[in-house]
Write a protein that binds this ligand. Sequence first.
Ligand SMILES: *Cc1c(COP(=O)(O)O)cnc(C)c1O
Length: 487
Amino acid sequence: MGLDDWTDRRSDEDETDQLTRVLGPTAPQAPPQAPPQGAPASDRRDQAVRAAVEQGIVGPDTPLAGLLDIAGIRAGAAALRAAFDEVTAPGTPVLHAFAVKATPLVPVLRLLHDAGIGAEVASPGELALARAAGIPPAHTVLDSPAKTPAELREALALGIAVNADNPQELARVDALVQSAPTRSPLGIRVNPQVGGGSIEALSTATATSKFGVPLRDDGVREWVVRAYLDRPWLTRLHAHSGSQGMPLDLMVGGVSATYELAEEINSRAGRRQIDTLDIGGGLPVNFASDEETPTFAQYARLLRREVPGLLDGRYGLVTEFGRSLLAKHGTLLARVEYVKSAGGRPIALTHAGVQVATRTVYAPESWPLRIAAYDAKGRPKSGPATGQDIAGPACFAGDLLARDRPLPPLEQGDHVAVLDTGAYYFAHHYSYNSLARPGIHGFATDSREGGGAVRFAVVRAAQRVEEIVAEAGGGLRDGLRELGGRG
Ligand SMILES: *Cc1c(COP(=O)(O)O)cnc(C)c1O
């Protein structure tokens, strides 16, 4: 895009100012900037594992913990911002709203807030987490498919952006908008129905997806256009065509269809009614190696090539990345409690299983995870690899993180690290067998020559057994007895 294109649009100056007011400054602190180059992520991980063992974060009595690489998270946030800075016209308001469901931890949301990232929330709990992290309403977007009247009322009272999922929800929003003024930017979520990726359960843009208004169904496109023409206060349009397993060109196709719809609505309205497009998240993550691919920059450049009008400054942008911001910066570290052999297969019984890697245990083909072997002191294990099952602690036969995985032979007291688990894994506890939620610790490494000093900060304390009892009705012991009902 040339400078002239931008100069032409200067007549829209006041509109741009208005957008900036709505979206707010996306850089509360420093401008995007790559953090100082330290050690590669794999070196930082090795240092953190060693230190976690030495400092007793993982040990005989705390055999499982989640570790978060703070430098990696900061670098990911900076890379996201830089990627869209590169492809958008100067002055384009851009809000990167982290999908809280990927890693619902307040200190993580706070760190991202410091890095200029807001929050996409989809439940009262997630909204409360974002607020606890200090994320302002102007940097928050509410998107869930089943919002109650109370949730909608709260969001509109706070001025949080809301995307209505369906006609019935829009009718609720209508009533609220009429009953009280709101600063909330409001939009409709559409499903561009561009097709699914390789994981059915994670494909949001299939013909029959439960999300949004199905744009290609009979009469729906016209319904959407009319919905906007009838409601001058609808100023946003939202689509999220992810996620893991989704090819990039399908994602871009979804964004493109959404952009075309906004153009049609604006042209029929005879004004720039839709001023902001929310393009969702859904960038897939490489779980096969340490390489970060595809990158935010690749996605942004593909958008510039395929949907240039989206980025030319006429629209503000909202993104909602989750997995791609956090997955690669989390590691689960578990002690090997026992090793045994059955039917000729060596089995390592560890403390990482279905409770912290639910998707991998129930759908191993879709969600393979890398596993790294460390010795009892937390040093990387080497030696010829042999096939081993890496089992979790839960009492069902399928509780395996890996089958016949080639690894240096594991011994009792060794450790396994389950890689790329920073999103949708250890922060998503599944309380099978009443297994405790593990502690989660952020780490920072000293990258100086011969450094190796690693500092940890608690992100979430481990669940105590008393808490398990209390959450399982421990205080209500006689509740059923007192109900009577014996006839
Ligand atoms: C889950 C979700 C996201 C984030 O998806 P990722 O694949 O983690 O990037 C973004 N927007 C909406 C509406 C979602 O439901």
